[in-house]
Design a protein around this ligand. Structure first.
Ligand code: ADP
Ligand code: ADP
Length: 235
């Protein structure tokens, strides 16, 4: 049962001889409930992979299916709806709304999806805020938080509505060791116990070792596809 699949996906930036092949015939199936790490050197296509997976970027060739739906066949509106109902993002730039406080930012996805919070949703949100060390910051605005705290708010926001898939670009990039472990543990639990699909870009072998699958990109090509690995094996 695949949640995300790439069928011979290529993405070119520009055209003619100067075009950059950011993704080059990438074929991969990400099953529901998997925790997949995407690794590779800078410029290897990791961010493009995430943008294309979310339908934020069009592909040049091939197709992407999200929860069985071919993204190219949907118009912008349908894609936006699919994204809001299925995808949680953790961007490198946190994209928090500066005028909303922490709790309002975390609840924003419910608002955008026009979804009322169930008792279970409320409990999950409070759990996330607690685990992520934000419980005493809920009325603060992003500008009053450290970078690490802002990142944790972005993670809480992505996980809060329990989306089918969470796309996380370097989610532990700004976190100290302890917060990183907590975040990675949360992502692993989301996959193992709640059947959410997690796709995480990371440079960090320790972070990738939390995943149950490690994809490796080089120059836009998928050059590695491994089962869970130890940090030593990855490095
Ligand atoms: P990574 O996330 O692994 O660093 P990216 O997906 O950001 O890699 O980039 C892959 C390649 O595509 C790089 O050569 C990059 O310079 C190029 N690229 C990415 N985005 C754009 C863009 N908007 N316009 C032109 N080239 C781009
Ligand atoms: P973290 O380890 O989570 O990144 P820091 O050690 O950087 O946190 O921040 C310590 C404390 O300082 C935090 O409780 C935070 O509320 C406060 N703080 C950090 N940056 C700012 C800021 N720009 N404005 C107000 N308070 C801040």
């Amino acid at each position: 049962d695949s949640l995300l699949s790439f069928r011979s996906v290529s993405k070119l930036y520009g055209d003619g001889p100067g075009a950059v092949r950011a993704l080059d015939e990438v074929t991969v199936v990400v099953p529901r409930g998997g925790f997949t790490a995407v690794m590779g050197p800078s410029g290897s296509g990791k961010s493009t992979f995430m943008n294309v997976a979310a339908g934020l970027d069009d592909v040049t060739a091939g197709e992407v299916l999200l929860d069985g739906q071919p993204l190219h066949a949907l118009d912008d509106r349908a894609r936006t709806v699919l994204r809001r109902t299925h995808v949680g993002f953790v961007f490198q730039s946190f994209n928090l709304v500066p005028t909303l406080d922490v709790r309002e930012n975390v609840l924003l996805p419910f608002e955008l999806a026009g979804r009322r919070l169930s008792a279970e949703d409320h409990a999950w949100v409070e759990h996330l805020l607690g685990v992520l060390g934000l419980a005493d910051r809920v009325t603060h605005r992003p500008g009053e938080l450290s970078g690490g705290q802002q990142q944790r708010v972005a993670i809480a926001r992505a996980l809060a509505p329990r989306p089918a898939v969470v796309l996380a670009d370097e989610p532990t990039g700004n976190l100290d060791t302890r917060s990183s472990r907590e975040v990675l543990g949360l992502l692993r639990t989301a996959a193992r116990e709640y059947g959410q699909t997690i796709v995480m870009v990371s440079h960090d072998p320790v972070a990738a070792s939390y995943a149950d699958r490690v994809l490796v990109l080089a120059d836009g090509r998928l050059v590695g596809d491994h089962d869970a690995m130890s940090p030593q094996q990855i490095a």
